[in-house]
Design a protein around this ligand. Structure first.
Ligand SMILES: [Zn+2]
Length: 754
């Protein structure tokens, strides 16, 4: 039994019980009346009963049978297969083609030229235990897409994870990367941040390797004995400046249709400034071993059998990369089931279908769950049921090189989607473990309710309880405390890294990202070993979590499509924005304190006196003191948001709970509700990246996938830009106020349903 969230006046409840033919549910679902709740629950149990895990296995084996990256023959074959399935399930299905820039390698050379010579192999060997790993003629070699061409030779410097603070540590040791080639390990940031930061510091080339401490034998037995990355495994992946804009680098803001106006490859701002190549730890070892100079700080050391040094040199490397800068077709499969009552409100459910190589885990594990949802919802429709709202299933192409399929589709249909896009639900990889939920906080209460209704395949408690248990044990100290004291699990904010980005951050469509994981760890990510053989040993061998994802995703789609009123709740949004405000306030205070400490240490010569005179050390320079920052504009807007949110949520609970069938203009109410997320955007977007318009959630400019909440203010403070912090404060306050205005309007419209 779930927590009672609706207050139903006793008289009304009695009346409804007497009037209805069926016993009514004790607490109606969010967005439903008591009567429509029982109909919905009945539909959902039919949905659950129709799910078949054999389909997931069969489709995964077929879809991952050959490499299927953008522009490959099997990518097109898969798109056609997926489309034919959707058609056979009764969907109005089409394939939408976009023509996108997709570079593939022509030349890849990496060699140590001094003090000894070594040529990197840059290849992952086929394994007898993994039958698809030998499809060499169809596999993309290991490379980073949207690296620029380049032919550079220079001394090597080890830069740890290659994030901004690593360069601060190098500077203190007098190490400058200007004119050098850097080697960074994967981790701590999205990979595209590493060449961006390296180039900002004057490096001429960038190598990214997988260190066995993070991704290899230190983490667990390596493939094929275990699931982890073996010595020759390398992580492919895109490296363009995605925090500036995702999608086709040549067509920012517009769909990459055949005749779209394109930028010149040379002038595309998101292509890297320096050449960058990913390598295995077998290839990295001789390079790192040949480094001299300072011994790396303790936290910088990986698990290779060497003493890690920083350089520069004497290791000198030659890196030469040339790419075919081709335009390739991307095929998005779009399948529609038209809504009976509100066809102009779309519930969109997507997962990508392209992979770097065979991609059984990434993305097929999520895609096959989505397909089973679609098949089963199609079967319900064939039996006579019809959703109130329109359901759109999407299998995106070209996600791997940078969310191209979804971004181009969203850009091409931006004005339509701004009008009809109600909610977008994404998934990507999926495996054994715990449900991860991230998204718009207006959907937090809704998705908690959905997760409470789905049993965990291994423990039989519901998947929400299991997710909460994991947070209470493994979360950060704050999250542990919160998960123990709060009825609902707070959902994470969305940064970037999958196809929800254009919906949420460009158009302001409320979005969710769902997926199970945590007990499926391994190191097949973006390698030739992400295969059916690997997934069915280590991912989700029984496809039980594939079915669990189909239950969560399918149930979310059905509820969103059938609800009497879009099931948004605003108190969790207001509460979460309050939490973010506390965080940025603390950020400014901590920075003020740290700056004072540092400046006092400099004044008292602490750095010089505590250092070993034999080691070169650069004394840091004093920093400008952090001024007092006024958060009043956001605080004022937040106080209003809290008030109007509470008013809407309680009005919705009372009115929907006590009404048999709300009568007023529910289409208009839904429209207002849809506008609440749109209101959280600003037309001008974030500073220096106007494509990103959402004022609450954005991928970090220097973290990539990692989210920055209240990004305008948070990043201005982090960059010590006090003037910008002040300007952005007003922008965020204005967005919160605009959302409050829509929420107030929704409350009035709801009251009119009486
Ligand atoms: Zn993926």
């Amino acid at each position: 039994m779930t927590a009672r969230r609706f207050y139903i006046p006793a008289a009304a409840a009695l009346f409804l019980t007497a009037a209805a033919s069926k016993p009514l549910v004790e607490s109606p679902l969010l967005g439903f009346t008591a009567e429509s709740s029982s109909r919905e629950l009945e539909l959902e149990s039919r949905f659950d009963a129709g799910l078949n895990k054999d389909n997931l296995r069969t489709w995964m084996e077929r879809l991952s049978a050959r490499p299927h990256h953008v522009g490959s023959p099997y990518d097109k074959a898969n798109a056609n297969f997926i489309a034919s399935q959707f058609k056979s399930w009764g969907y109005d299905t089409r394939i939408e083609q976009f023509d996108v820039l997709f570079p593939t390698p022509k030349t890849r050379v990496l060699a140590l030229v001094s003090p000894i010579q070594f040529a990197a192999k840059l290849a992952e060997p086929a394994l007898a235990e993994d039958p698809t790993s030998n499809q060499t003629s169809e596999q993309l070699p290991t490379y980073n897409a949207y690296s620029t061409d380049g032919d550079v030779t220079g001394q090597l410097v080890y830069v740890n994870y290659g994030i901004p603070r690593d360069y601060d540590s190098l500077a203190v040791r007098g190490i400058d990367v200007k004119g050098k080639i850097v080697i960074a390990r994967y981790g701590q940031s999205w990979r595209g941040i590493k060449p961006k930061v390296a180039a900002e510091h004057g490096a001429i080339g960038c190598i990214i390797y997988s260190d066995p401490r993070d991704d290899g034998y230190f983490a667990g037995d390596v493939y094929p004995k275990g699931a982890f990355r073996n010595e020759y495994g390398a992580q492919r992946g895109a490296v363009q400046d995605m925090p500036t804009y995702p999608g086709d680098p040549l067509t920012p803001g517009i769909g990459a249709t055949k005749n779209a106006k394109r930028l010149d490859v040379k002038s595309a701002p998101t292509i890297t400034k320096i050449p960058v190549l990913p390598i295995s730890y077998a290839d990295a070892l001789p390079l790192l071993r040949a480094l001299g100079g300072h011994v790396a700080p303790q936290t910088w050391r990986g698990a290779l059998p060497i003493t890690y040094h920083l350089g520069p040199g004497p290791a000198t490397v030659h890196l030469k990369l040339e790419f075919n800068w081709d335009i390739k077709p991307a095929y998005d499969v779009i399948a529609t089931l038209r809504g009976r009552e509100r066809p102009d409100e779309w519930i969109i459910r997507g997962n990508h279908q392209d992979a770097w190589v065979n991609g059984a885990d990434d993305p097929i594990s999520g895609l096959v769950a989505l397909m089973e949802e679609a098949r089963n919802i199609g079967a319900l429709a064939k039996s006579g049921w019809r959703p109130k709202r329109t359901i759109v299933f999407a299998a995106w192409d070209a996600e791997e090189p940078g969310l191209l399929g979804s971004t181009e589709w969203v850009e091409e249909h931006a004005s339509l989607l701004s009008r009809v896009g109600a909610v977008y639900i994404n998934s990507d990889t999926n495996g054994r473990g715990f449900l991860g939920i991230a998204g718009s906080h207006t959907l937090e209460r809704f998705i908690n309710e959905v997760a409470r209704a789905v049993p965990d395949p291994q423990t039989k408690v519901n998947v929400l309880e299991r997710a909460k248990a994991s947070v209470r044990l493994r979360g950060s100290a704050d999250d542990q405390k919160e998960a123990a004291s709060r009825a609902d699990l707070r959902i994470d904010a969305l940064g970037s890294g999958s196809d929800y980005t254009p919906f949420l951050q460009h158009l302001g469509i409320a979005a969710l990202n769902l997926g199970f994981g945590g007990e499926d760890s391994g190191g097949s990510y973006h390698s030739i070993y992400d295969s059916f053989a690997h997934y069915t040993r280590f991912g989700d061998p029984g496809f039980n979590y594939g079915i669990a994802l189909a239950k969560v995703g399918g149930r979310a789609v059905l509820r969103l499509a059938n609800a009497d009123v879009l099931p948004l709740a605003f108190a969790p949004l207001a509460e979460t924005v309050g939490k973010y405000l506390k965080e940025v306030t603390k950020l400014a205070n901590d920075m003020r304190e740290e700056t004072e400490t540092r400046n006092t240490r400099i004044r008292d010569r602490v750095y010089e006196l505590a250092a070993d005179p034999n080691e070169k050390l650069i004394v840091p320079t004093p920093m400008e003191a952090v001024p007092a920052i006024e958060f009043t504009p956001i605080q004022t807007a937040l106080t209003r948001l809290e008030k109007v949110s509470k008013a809407y949520d309680s009005t919705a609970a009372v009115l929907l709970g006590s009404t048999k069938r709300p009568t007023a203009n529910l289409i208009s109410l839904d429209r207002t509700l849809m506008r609440t997320e749109r209101a959280l955007m600003s037309d001008a977007g974030l500073p220096r990246r106007p494509w990103f318009k959402h004022q609450i959630y954005a991928p970090g400019y220097y973290t990539g996938y990692g989210v920055k909440t209240l990004p305008g203010v948070r990043e201005a403070i982090e960059q010590r830009n006090w003037t910008e912090a002040k300007t952005e404060m007003e922008v965020i306050a204005k967005a919160l106020d605009a959302a409050s205005t829509e929420i107030e309007k929704a409350t009035r419209e709801l009251e009119a349903t009486r």
